[in-house]
Write a protein that binds this ligand. Sequence first.
Ligand SMILES: *Cc1c(COP(=O)(O)O)cnc(C)c1O
Length: 347
Amino acid sequence: MTEGRPDVIDLRSDTVTRPSAGMLAAMTSAPVGDDVYGEDPTITELETEVAGLLGHEAGLFVATGSLANILGVRALAAPGTEVLCEASAHVARAELGAHAVVSGISTRTWSAPGGQIDLDQIRALIAPDLGPYFVTTSAVSVENTHNFGGGTIQTSYDALADELEGIGLPLHLDGARLWNASVASGVPLAAYASRATAASVCLSKGLGAPVGSVLVGSAELIKESRVWRKLLGAGWRQAGVLAAAGLYAVRNNVQRLAEDHANAGLIAEILADAAPGSVKPDQVDTNIVVADLAATGKSVAQVVAGAKAEGVLVGGVGVTQLRLVTHLDASAADCRQAAETVARLLR
Ligand SMILES: *Cc1c(COP(=O)(O)O)cnc(C)c1O
């Protein structure tokens, strides 16, 4: 059950978690200082620890994953150039055009089931040196796991990284849920992230921290991004109380993501049984289940409202797509109950 709301099972997102007692205790005892002066020891510890885990030189603690992506993409792409990404990527769909508004960067997209990397489409789009008549491609951005693709793990990640290395184009990794990809695949975090020139991870999704993301890269890239964070009005002071939650999350809540993945598998089985074809359980890689209601004759709004009336919160992520996300505040019993509620509405 959702902490503080025992009457509700909330599977709209893994962002809805509340800090646990252990996490709150870590926050209240954290040593802090003024981070704009570089004097918050807890923030520095978090940045160093996450950079190490991800195989990079340096890290920068920021308020949101969107800000980490804005800073990371900006570092790789000059104004007037473009970044390639999948059509339903968070950078293209859910950051409100920030890369264009703030950084002067345009995107061109490929589209693939599950938000997967499609090497043939990417090869056809890449234009690193077609100037001055065409926009220059500066970087490729990849999401792993892919949120709107259904929490999918990128199967061609290394192949793309090899290809980009060959042509000298940087890779940006939106690793909001890289923790989930690593736990599910067994591939170490650094094996993924070190292939990218800039990578971001969220502490506030499945890891359960109330706030925060970390951008990692070279010492030079992070030094420059620290200036841009301040320029955007997002420098912060004694935010070590928040970094302490992130450190607690990184140290305690990564391996347990396997439970969330098992619970998502359980939900997928129950929904696939009630509405065959709406979900393919073998394609649920991690903690996100996206069900396509097109063939059920039920609308997303109808199912969302029906479930809510029974104390189960689920979300819509497309005209016919319903999304259920498992997390550390939803037990296996909660997930089963939620799935059975939705299944009843789909039958
Ligand atoms: C949640 C998320 C982000 C960042 O979101 P914020 O709400 O800005 O923290 C970035 N990328 C992906 C794939 C996400 O799921």
